[in-house]
Design a protein around this ligand. Structure first.
Ligand SMILES: *[C@@H]1O[C@H](CO)[C@@H](O)[C@H](O)[C@H]1NC(C)=O
Ligand SMILES: *[C@@H]1O[C@H](CO)[C@@H](O)[C@H](O)[C@H]1NC(C)=O
Ligand SMILES: *[C@@H]1O[C@H](CO)[C@@H](O)[C@H](O)[C@H]1NC(C)=O
Length: 300
């Protein structure tokens, strides 16, 4: 294959008309040929949207004016522009290099003998995540222990690590994988909590007791006892009053009740004055009860 190598510096031309053309996807470590829509073999110029030209070795322009990128890495992702020499019209072609997943941000929430690993997805690299892997080791050892299973479900976001030692420092590392392979490993160091022995717990409780002021305790007891006494006396007084008024009212209550039941329309002036005895020696008047029953005077 005949390859023309051209060296172009980025020249700022004003005004520039940019026409977005296409997005090209390429897997990492592959080659890609980017075609320019200008249908001519000579005088095609390529440039990148980067300020640092020295970042990238000179582009390889093929015979037909296409750009050839060899063995691409993540850094080759970006916008490429082709144009005719001395033309203000540029064609933009976006290149996206697909990679294994980027580093997985995660944190460790330790307990005494277990720890939770909790993570988020920070991009997939271009292909869906197919697995997660988590490992741990003692800080002073070099062998990593895999947290089974080696390939965790891509839907998981949290994992428990068992059988850890209390008060011990561990290193944990995790990564995600897609069809291009395992991604960048990220590492977190954390220490498990220590277990208090019974002796330590007792010591802690006693430490609290020593600084406790007994005068506060006495005042508190006095306040509570005082309140209880006042409440008790009050209750007795109320009960005593209740009993006394109960005895006094009893008779009145007994007399009033029949009156109310027999004569709901009771009025004081309905009680007729004593009448002089009639020819039948009757000194009582007829009484009409509220159910219209007329009670006639007795005939003696
Ligand atoms: C990329 O192109 C080079 C030659 O330019 C070739 O040697 C290499 O095998 C190609 N790589 C792939 C993955 O096709
Ligand atoms: C990508 O670019 C960064 C800085 O921009 C550099 O540190 C890194 O080494 C480059 N990676 C590759 C694979 O060229
Ligand atoms: C935890 O470990 C450190 C040293 O690693 C030690 O100094 C400390 O006493 C331990 N604490 C407990 C409560 O065991």
């Amino acid at each position: 294959m005949h390859v023309k190598r051209r060296f172009y510096a980025q020249i700022l031309l004003l005004p520039v008309v940019c026409i977005a053309i296409d997005t090209k996807y390429v897997d990492i470590y592959q080659n890609i040929t980017i075609e320019c829509p200008l249908n001519q073999s000579n005088g095609i110029m390529w440039e990148r949207d980067t300020r640092d030209i020295s970042e990238k070795p000179p582009f390889i322009t093929l015979e037909d004016g296409s750009l050839f990128l060899e063995n691409v890495t993540k850094n080759d992702s970006g916008e490429y522009r082709c144009s005719e020499e001395n033309s203000a019209v540029k064609y933009n072609i976006q290149v996206v290099v697909k990679t294994p997943p980027p580093a997985l941000p995660f944190y460790v929430h330790p307990s005494t003998i277990l720890a939770y690993l909790i993570w988020q997805l920070n991009g997939t690299g271009g292909y869906p995540i197919t697995f997660f892997t988590a490992e741990y080791r003692l800080m002073n050892e070099s062998n990593w222990t895999s947290i089974a299973p080696t390939h965790l479900s891509p839907n998981l976001r949290r994992l428990e690590v068992y059988k850890l030692e209390p008060n011990t420092t561990y290193a944990f590392r995790m990564w995600a994988g897609n069809k291009l392979g395992p991604g960048v490993k990220s590492e977190v160091i954390n220490t498990t909590l220590h277990i208090y022995t019974e002796k330590q717990l007792a010591a802690r409780l006693l430490a609290g007791a020593q600084t406790f002021d007994t005068r506060i305790w006495i005042i508190a007891v006095a306040i509570v006892m005082g309140t209880l006494t006042v409440l008790g006396l009050g209750t007795c007084l109320l009960l005593y009053q209740e009993c006394r008024t109960g005895v006094e009212d009893e008779q009145e209550v007994i007399e009033l009740v029949p009156n109310i039941i027999l004569n709901p329309g009771f009025e004081g002036n309905m009680q007729a004055d004593q009448m002089p005895a009639d020819e039948n020696c009757n000194n009582e008047t007829p009484v009409r009860l509220n159910n219209n029953t007329v009670v006639q005077p007795r005939i003696s």
